[in-house]
Design a protein around this ligand. Structure first.
Ligand code: DGL
Length: 268
């Protein structure tokens, strides 16, 4: 296994919520993150198109000699994980859907689970299948919340507009007679909206995202390899469009400031 950086990609800045968890878990590793901002959103596109985009994004990271690939996008994880693993059998590939499903199955008190994600993630059924496998008695309800991606990319995490959209999408569940006991944020753009959703839902709802569970899975996969311990904790950012915007909005997702000068524009 190469001792190169850990490669992480998403359609935009959403996957930085996963990068943040990876760094908390493996701070000494080096990372290269690619946001395919020119093609965002992935979530409204067909599976074939998302697969093609994901292979191109992964190829760009492969050329940087990455030791592992984290698909920090539920949409791409849902449709492209197998294709990626087939194309590069020598590089471990970790997605975010299985870890997210595992986390909610562990944490849901009564098995009343809600999943929100992009159109593609919900239509593809990857969460529904994973939860049915891990906790067959769970009662699962799902909903596509595509506008959340645009709100998050805009940096509108806790604004009246974001609240109106969240109520329109989730009000009937969260304030109805039979609320779920747990909600999976099945899109890596959504964790930045967690405070807002919590405010609408109240304190009892268990909110789950896949970031820290994905970091645990990757740490296990890399156990024994030099990568997690032998790096310098460096961060490199690649984007396919809009370096300034990526840095400005991405800083809030990553929880630390990103200098636009550190964002390299690449063409896939
Ligand atoms: N962040 C991506 C996900 O987890 C999708 C956002 C998009 O639609 O591009 O699904």
């Amino acid at each position: 296994m190469s001792a190169g950086p850990i490669g992480v990609f998403d359609s935009g800045v959403g996957g930085l919520t996963v990068l943040r968890a990876l760094r908390a878990r493996m701070p000494a590793a080096d990372y290269v993150y690619l946001g395919d901002t020119a093609r965002l959103p992935y979530g409204t596109k067909s599976p074939d198109t998302v697969r093609r985009y994901a292979l191109a994004a992964a190829e760009a990271l492969r050329s940087r000699d990455v030791c592992a690939l984290v698909v920090a996008c539920n949409t791409a994880s849902g449709v492209a994980l197998e294709a990626l693993a087939e194309r590069w059998p020598d590089v471990p590939v970790v997605g975010v859907v299985e870890p997210g499903a595992a986390a909610v199955c562990r944490r849901s008190p009564g098995g009343s689970i809600a999943v929100i994600g992009t159109e593609s993630t919900i239509r593809g059924g990857a969460y529904q299948e994973a939860i049915a496998r891990l906790r067959p008695e769970a009662r699962v309800r799902v909903r596509a919340c595509s506008v959340f991606v645009a709100l998050a990319e805009e940096g509108w995490f806790d604004t009246p507009a974001a609240e109106a959209v969240a109520r329109a999408y989730l009000g009937d569940w969260l304030q109805g007679d039979d609320p779920p006991d747990s909600l999976v944020l099945g899109c890596t753009h959504f964790p930045v909206l967690a405070d807002l959703i919590r405010r609408i839902a109240g304190d009892d709802l268990v909110l789950v995202d896949s970031a820290s569970t994905t970091a645990d899975v990757l740490a296990q996969v890399l156990a024994g390899s030099p990568a997690p311990a032998s790096g310098r904790g460096s961060l490199k950012f690649l984007a396919t469009d809009g370096a300034d915007r990526f840095a400005r909005v991405g800083s809030r997702f990553l929880g630390q400031s990103i200098d636009p000068a550190d964002v390299e524009l690449v063409d896939l």
